[in-house]
Design a protein around this ligand. Structure first.
Ligand SMILES: [Zn+2]
Ligand SMILES: [Zn+2]
Length: 424
C-alpha cells in the first residue's frame, strides 16, 4: 500500500469528522474552560482504543509572565496543571526496535467574540466563537489518533497526541511541557498545523525558519486632571494626551527599528470619558507588539515606556505602562519541515504543497519549537464560492470542511514517515 492509501479517509470517517467539527464549533469554550471539548476528545480516544492521560497542563501564564506585571495588569493565573489538556499515546507494535517519538499537537480553545456567520452550526455560546479554527485542529488530531492506532503494526516508536488548552494567550503548551510531555520517552520532533485562508481546501503550505512572532501585550494608563469641557485651561486633557501618545508610539517602529527587522506595534483599544462636556481624568490604551528578534523586542519595550511617559510629562499628565511579554517567536526546523513536505507531496500531490512566509501572529507552539525540532504548517481552508475568505479572529471566519480530511491525511502521513513506518 502507498502512504496515500494508508492514510486514506473513508467516506464514513469523513462524515464523522465533519459532524465532530460542528459539535465543537457550536459549543466553543474559552481558554481553561475546555471541559466539554476535552470530554469529547477523551471519549473518542477511548472508543479508538488510544491510551491517554487527562488533566495535563493548564494555565501557563505564571510560567512565562512576570509576576509583578501580571499583578499590575490585574490577572491572576489559574493552576498550571490539572487542567483540560489531554495527552494521548499510540505505541508502535512492529516489534523491530524502540523507534523514535513524535509529538502531534492540536489546540482546543475558542475566542471571546460573537460569531456573525449565518450557518446551521453557528456558535450557541454568546460571546464565544471558534474563530481561529481550533475546532478543526482538535477534530483533525482525533482523526489522526484513530488512523495511527489502526496502523500501529506498521511502525515502532511512540506518537504523542497533545490536545492543549489555552492557546489564545494562556500558554497552555508551556504548561503541558512543564507537566513532562516532552520526556519519557523523549520527543524527537513535533508537528502541528493551523488553518489558513491563504489557500483553498486541499492545499498546505510550510517554510523553515521563522514561522510566528513574539506576541507581547501592553496597557498604558494615562492620568490628567478632569474638568469641564468648556474650560480646558483648568484641566489637563487626558484625551489629548492619550491621542499624542498613540501618534508618538508609531515613531518607534517607523524611525527606530531597522527597515529589515520585522516589528508591529498596534494600539487596539482606547477607553476614556463619560460625556461630551467632561474632560476625563483617566484613559487606558491597550495593544500588542510583534517582533522576531529579542533585541528589537527589548528596544520597543524600553522606548514605549520612555515615549509614553515623556509625552505625558510634556503635557503635564502622567502615563504608566504595563508590558506583558507573551509567547516568543517560533522557528520551524529545516529537516523536520523537509520530512513534512515530502510526506505531503506524496499524499496530496506536488501542486498542493506550497511555500509559506513568516507571520506576525503569535503561537504558543513556540515553546515546543524552542525545545525540540518542530514544523508547524498551514492547512488551506478557503472557499471563495462559499464566501469562506475571512482571516482567523474575524467574526465571519469559517473553514471549508473538505480541509478536515486533508489535515488528517497530511498529519498522519507525516507521523508515519517520521517514524519510518512500513508502507508495503
Ligand atoms: Zn488565534
Ligand atoms: Zn490559532
Amino acid at each position: 500500500m502507498s502512504l496515500a492509501e494508508i492514510v486514506q479517509v473513508s467516506p464514513e470517517m469523513d462524515a464523522w469528522l465533519r459532524e465532530t467539527r460542528r459539535l465543537i464549533h457550536v459549543n466553543p469554550e474559552l481558554m481553561f474552560e475546555e471541559e466539554a471539548t476535552s470530554d469529547l476528545v477523551q471519549k473518542h480516544l477511548t472508543e479508538a482504543g488510544v491510551e491517554y492521560k487527562p488533566g495535563v497542563g493548564g494555565d501557563g501564564r505564571s510560567l512565562y509572565m512576570d509576576a509583578e506585571e501580571l499583578k499590575r495588569a490585574g490577572i491572576t493565573p489559574g493552576p498550571a496543571t490539572g487542567g483540560t489538556g489531554v495527552l494521548g499515546t499510540v505505541v508502535g507494535a512492529r516489534g523491530e526496535g524502540p523507534g523514535k517519538t513524535v509529538l502531534l499537537r492540536a489546540d482546543m480553545d475558542a475566542l471571546p467574540m460573537d460569531e456573525e456567520n449565518d450557518v446551521e452550526y453557528k456558535s450557541r455560546n454568546p460571546g464565544k466563537m471558534h474563530a481561529c479554527g481550533h475546532d478543526l485542529h482538535t477534530t483533525v488530531l482525533m482523526g489522526v489518533a484513530e488512523l495511527l492506532e489502526k496502523n500501529k503494526h506498521r511502525f515502532d516508536g511512540t506518537v504523542k497526541l497533545m490536545f492543549q488548552p489555552g492557546e489564545e494567550g494562556g500558554g497552555g503548551a508551556l504548561a503541558m511541557i512543564e507537566d513532562g510531555i516532552l520526556e519519557d520517552p523523549k520527543v524527537d520532533a513535533a508537528y502541528a498545523l493551523h488553518v489558513s485562508p491563504e489557500h483553498p481546501a486541499g492545499h498546505v503550505s510550510m517554510n523553515h525558519g521563522p514561522r510566528s512572532a513574539a506576541a507581547d501585550m501592553f496597557e498604558i494608563h494615562v492620568r490628567g486632571v478632569g474638568g469641564h469641557g468648556a474650560f480646558p485651561q483648568g484641566a489637563v486633557d487626558t484625551v489629548y494626551v492619550a491621542a499624542q501618545i498613540i501618534v508618538g508610539l508609531q515613531e518607534i517602529v517607523s524611525r527606530e527599528v531597522a527597515a529589515l527587522d520585522q516589528a508591529v506595534l498596534s494600539v487596539t483599544t482606547i477607553h476614556t470619558g463619560t460625556a461630551m462636556n467632561i474632560i476625563p481624568e483617566r484613559a487606558v490604551l491597550t495593544g500588542t507588539v510583534r517582533t522576531y528578534d529579542e533585541g528589537v523586542r527589548d528596544l520597543i519595550q524600553k522606548r514605549m515606556t520612555e515615549v509614553a511617559e515623556g509625552i505625558a510629562k510634556a503635557y503635564r499628565a502622567e502615563a504608566e505602562i504595563v508590558y506583558l511579554r507573551g509567547y516568543p517567536s517560533m522557528q520551524n526546523d529545516e529537516e523536520t519541515v523537509q520530512i513534512a513536505r515530502e510526506a505531503c507531496i506524496e499524499v496530496l500531490g506536488e501542486d498542493f504543497v506550497h511555500d509559506s512566509t513568516p507571520m506576525m501572529a503569535g503561537e504558543d507552539m513556540a515553546y515546543v519549537s524552542a525545545r525540540v525540532p518542530t514544523c508547524m504548517y498551514s492547512l488551506g481552508v478557503k472557499n471563495e464560492e462559499r464566501g469562506i475568505i475571512y482571516p482567523p479572529h474575524h467574526p465571519r471566519f469559517d473553514a471549508d470542511e473538505d480541509a478536515i480530511a486533508v489535515g488528517v491525511q497530511s498529519m498522519a502521513a507525516i507521523a508515519l514517515r517520521f517514524l519510518e513506518a512500513d508502507e508495503a
